[in-house]
Design a protein around this ligand. Structure first.
Ligand code: UT7
Length: 330
């Protein structure tokens, strides 16, 4: 086996300025701060400006990650963007990011959609490509402008989601035992309808009627997804720990997908790992899908919650239904 490992060289994040509080939402739909806080842990979320596309959120996050890594856009030859809310259906959000950031034209740039697990899929893809020796430095971004696909009249979903971006720069290292130790990705396509955007794709292109019915917006069967999310994230975490013969108590910090505080608390209980070992920012950002893990990772690092040598576990679950975990020796 090659000793070439892939390491995270820098992290960055960006959240749009506008804050939408639970009280603001209570003026829009029949809900309350109390209901949202007790059921989800969310207090507020960020909402992008109308003229900000996903790439406009991704670029400042990417700049911060590059600065953190001591690199420039010219150093990047692989750019992967995980998102379900690209600027346009075609071309890829990654191409807009490339142009705005000034990533060289010989770079490979593409989007990847694995919903809330998207960042872990993108990280795994980038690391595999770097490991192949065909690329040298990758920029991996998770970004969402979910406010553009939220049904603002549906109280069961509109209180949950927010906008944001997180990015990491990944490179190779000859130091064995450091960096990305492994990933565990999976998907169960038998329950696609539990969390989806029903129309606007090739199966059912949008019509005036479907737009009036807001069928181009997120629909979720929350209760079912909740149970599957707890089970899926618990299993994904256990699988990666088992594969690497690591005990849960050896993990310094878990960065879970931030969908609901109660899901994170359930995983903490199942893994018998105290909540202090989990990084949580869902109260300030809500669920930002593919952006949630890299945004939390960047915050955790900058807050001094991750030190060299720490074992960090990333774990996600989302539409698809997709799931994933990653183990990193920092
Ligand atoms: O990112 C991918 C993963 N996504 C997730 O993991 C999300 C998973 N699901 C959840 O987080 C939770 O299921 C929700 C937060 C979405 C819902 O919480 P819940 O405890 O499962 O509530 P519920 O759907 O069972 O609804 C309970 C009640 C219902 O009223 P009735 O039928 O009991 O009279 C809902 O109509 O709460 C009502 N309700 C609300 N009330 C006030 C639903 N949404 C709201 C709301 N404000 N926003």
């Amino acid at each position: 086996m090659s000793t070439r490992s892939t390491v995270i060289l820098g992290t960055g994040s960006y959240a749009p300025e506008r804050i939408l509080s639970n009280d603001d939402l209570a003026h829009m739909v029949d809900t309350s701060d109390e209901w949202i806080r007790t059921r989800t842990g969310i207090r507020e979320r960020r909402i992008a400006a109308p003229d900000q596309a996903a790439s406009d959120l991704a670029v400042p996050a990417a700049r911060r990650a590059l600065e953190d890594a001591g690199l420039t856009p010219a150093d990047i030859d692989l750019l992967v963007v995980a998102t379900v809310t690209p600027d346009t259906p075609m071309p890829a959000c990654a191409c807009f990011v490339q142009q705005k950031l000034g990533v060289p034209t010989h770079s490979a740039c593409f989007d990847l959609n694995a919903a809330c697990s998207g960042f872990l899929y993108a990280l795994d893809t980038a690391c595999a490509l770097l490991g192949s020796g065909r690329y040298r430095k990758a920029l991996v971004i998770g970004v969402e402008k979910l406010s553009s696909v939220v049904d603002w009249q549906d109280r069961t979903t509109c209180v949950l989601f927010g906008d944001g971006a997180g990015a990491v720069v990944v490179g190779c290292s000859d130091e064995p035992g450091r960096g990305l130790l492994g990933t565990c990705l999976g998907s169960d396509g038998s329950s696609t309808e539990l969390l989806c955007i029903p129309r606007g794709g090739s199966r059912a292109p949008s019509t005036c009627e479907s737009i009036a019915a807001r069928d181009h917006c997120i629909r979720m069967k929350g209760k079912e997804v909740f149970k599957l999310a707890v089970r899926g994230m618990d299993e994904a975490a256990r699988d990666i720990l088992e594969q690497h013969a690591v005990r849960a108590d050896q993990i310094s910090l878990v960065i879970p997908h931030q969908a609901n505080l109660r899901i994170i608390e359930a995983i903490s209980e199942y893994l018998e790992l105290p909540m202090e070992r989990f990084y949580v920012n869902v109260e300030r950002f809500g669920n930002t899908s593919a952006a949630s893990i890299p945004l939390a990772l960047d915050e955790a690092r900058r807050a001094g919650r991750i030190r060299p040598g720490d074992l960090v576990l990333l774990v996600a679950f989302g539409a698809g239904l997709t799931y994933g975990s990653a183990l990193i020796r920092w």
